[in-house]
Design a protein around this ligand. Structure first.
Ligand SMILES: C[S@@+](CC[C@H](N)C(=O)[O-])C[C@H]1O[C@@H](n2cnc3c(N)ncnc32)[C@H](O)[C@@H]1O
Length: 213
């Protein structure tokens, strides 16, 4: 799967990338009550413009992305100076208040997550095959401190093979199964299914519960 993502970026097969800010982020983030200044973790971030939206609202952003191409494209599309440094095994690229960590999300360690106080997942969970999603939910719970909140956007298929992907369908039952052990899970909305897209999005607010994991 790792190589497939790198191939996609190299070949420009990035249909998942949006050229605008996700409307559900703009609509729901302000209602989560995450304080300005809180650092937001964006796992499997691609070169999402949502990170700039969060940064403009005074949130330092820490994105984690496997593909160097994605990170280079993100900073090339920005205007601020870029600084680069290393925190093994990640190569980090900082532009303004957005830090992009190039490497595998599952290698990102709790010690590196010290300042994180919120998260945003659009097309991260649904990029992962079923067996990896449990690992993702557990890893996220390890990185997020009690009380921290996040927004999660999932997809359900309205057409075609329900097991195909990426993107993978993640049902409401699965969201609850994956996250309820460690998060309070609130369903916020089901989006419209865009004509012919074959998908319907769902938006969730998650709040990390006490220390048990
Ligand atoms: C479906 S895309 C979504 C990107 C972004 N969240 C967005 O909304 O545009 C999934 C991204 O996750 C990256 N990725 C996949 N597995 C990863 C992993 N284990 N660690 C970090 N990034 C990963 C891929 O390279 C790809 O850019």
């Amino acid at each position: 799967m790792t190589h497939e993502w790198l191939d996609r970026w190299r070949e420009g097969r990035i249909g998942f990338h949006r050229h605008d800010v996700h409307p559900a982020l703009a609509r729901h983030w302000p209602r989560l009550g995450v304080r300005p200044g809180t650092k937001v973790l964006v796992p499997l971030c691609g070169k999402s413009l949502d990170m700039r939206w969060l940064a403009h609202r005074d949130h330092p952003v820490l994105g984690i992305e496997l593909a160097e191409e994605a990170i280079e494209q993100f900073v090339a599309e920005g205007t601020a100076d870029v600084s680069r440094y290393q925190q093994e095994p990640f190569a980090i690229c900082r532009q303004g208040s957005v830090e992009l960590w190039c490497g595998d999300f599952f290698h990102f360690h709790i010690d590196q997550a010290a300042e994180i106080g919120a998260f945003y997942d659009r097309a991260a969970l649904i990029a992962l095959p079923p067996a990896t999603r449990q690992r993702y939910a557990f890893h996220l719970a390890q990185l997020i401190p009690p009380g921290a909140k996040g927004l999660l956007i999932t997809l359900a298929r309205t057409l075609g093979d329900e097991t195909a992907g990426p993107p993978f369908q993640v049902t409401a039952d699965e969201v609850r199964e994956l996250f309820e052990p460690n998060f309070q899970v609130t369903h916020l909305e089901d989006g419209e299914s865009e004509e012919g897209s074959g998908f319907r999005e769902s938006v969730w607010a998650l709040a990390r519960r006490g220390p048990s994991i």
